[in-house]
Write a protein that binds this ligand. Structure first.
Ligand code: ZN
Length: 326
């Protein structure tokens, strides 16, 4: 086995298609029951240069892509792989082309690539902490499927950074492409993380109607997302911006402040429609901005307090806004 500390530099091999030789290796575990009969697969595989160890001891193939990796490393990480490999002697069923067994996997080639990179990287934790969304999602999903708790939990930790469960982290989260939200919903459901589902919907709704409509949601999820979007727009008026629509008990100049608030409310309503996004959990007007507008001190204090408490109260109502998600 070569030194696999850090990011090993793998030999650059040509990516020509290579023929497949049958290797009966299926039906050893429920999770591996989808391992395909080699007679049914494409007669050609392309090797993944990133994951092609010349002295690897097993070749995994998915969607026409082959990965030559270490069977013992797979077994050490995964009880599912361990069970699968335990019944086969390393010297048995050796494919003559690869000089090791060839196993066809039921997963997507890209997802399997992400999982194998994590398994073969001694700095897998650091790798996952900085992984793009697709990689974190793939590792979380397949690590759960193949029972690799350490990688599953680390990948989920990264996954959660896109959907933080606290208000103070919400505005510093990374952004996603609209179609990533469908994948996020699938992962959360696969891993039974029901508390994350409304946060995924909220993150999508934060992007606005165009993002919701282009995300590719299933019909029921689309209905819930649109209903939630409208509900959250209403919460903007009744919670953080409520001070605009009422007279403060501490107001020192009701008529003048009322006129300014009327102007501010028109600006807010136009912004709600024009920017097509939620303003629920972003920072509202600053004290300096309201002083510039000309509100009295009592109204400004009311605005500051209502903004802060209103956003927290709205945050607590997010799960109810997406009621029906399962
Ligand atoms: Zn006032």
């Amino acid at each position: 086995m070569p030194d696999i500390t850090g990011h090993i530099s793998f030999p650059r091999l040509c990516q020509r298609p290579i023929p497949v030789f049958p290797m009966p290796f299926g039906g050893v575990n429920d999770s591996m029951s989808e391992v395909r009969d080699t007679e049914m697969v494409s007669p050609h595989l392309a090797r993944c240069e990133e994951l092609w160890y010349l002295d690897g001891s097993i070749v995994l193939a998915a969607e026409g892509v082959a990965f030559k990796v270490y069977r013992m490393l797979l077994a050490q990480h995964s009880s599912v792989f361990a069970d699968m490999l335990a019944i086969s002697h390393p010297d048995a069923n050796v494919d003559p082309l690869y000089d090791c067994p060839l196993v066809h996997m039921p997963d997507s080639a890209e997802d399997l690539r992400c999982l194998l990179l994590a398994i073969h990287d001694i700095n897998s934790g650091e790798r996952l902490d900085n992984a793009p969304f697709a990689e974190a999602a793939a590792v979380a999903s397949l690590a759960a499927k193949y029972d690799i708790p350490r990688l599953r939990d680390r990948a989920l930790q990264r996954f959660d950074s896109w959907f933080p469960g606290s208000l103070h982290k919400w505005n510093v989260r990374p952004t996603l492409a609209p179609t990533d939200y469908v994948k996020a919903l699938r992962i959360a459901r696969q891993l039974q993380r029901s508390c994350t589902l409304p946060l995924i919907m909220l993150a999508l709704c934060d992007r606005g109607l165009d993002a919701i409509l282009s995300a590719g949601l299933e019909p029921n999820d689309l209905r819930i997302a649109l209903h939630g979007f409208v509900t959250l727009q209403g919460l903007q008026r009744t919670h953080p911006f409520r001070w605009i629509y009422r007279v403060s008990a501490a107001c020192a100049s009701v008529r003048e402040c009322g006129e300014q608030k009327a102007r501010l409310s028109r600006t807010i309503e136009e912004a709600f429609i024009k920017i097509d996004k939620l303003c629920l959990f972003e920072h509202g007007f600053s004290r300096a901005a309201l002083e510039h507008v000309g509100l009295c001190l009592g109204c400004i204090d009311d605005a500051m307090i209502t903004d802060k408490t209103g956003r927290q109260r709205a945050w607590e109502e997010v799960p109810a806004a997406f009621n029906g998600l399962t």
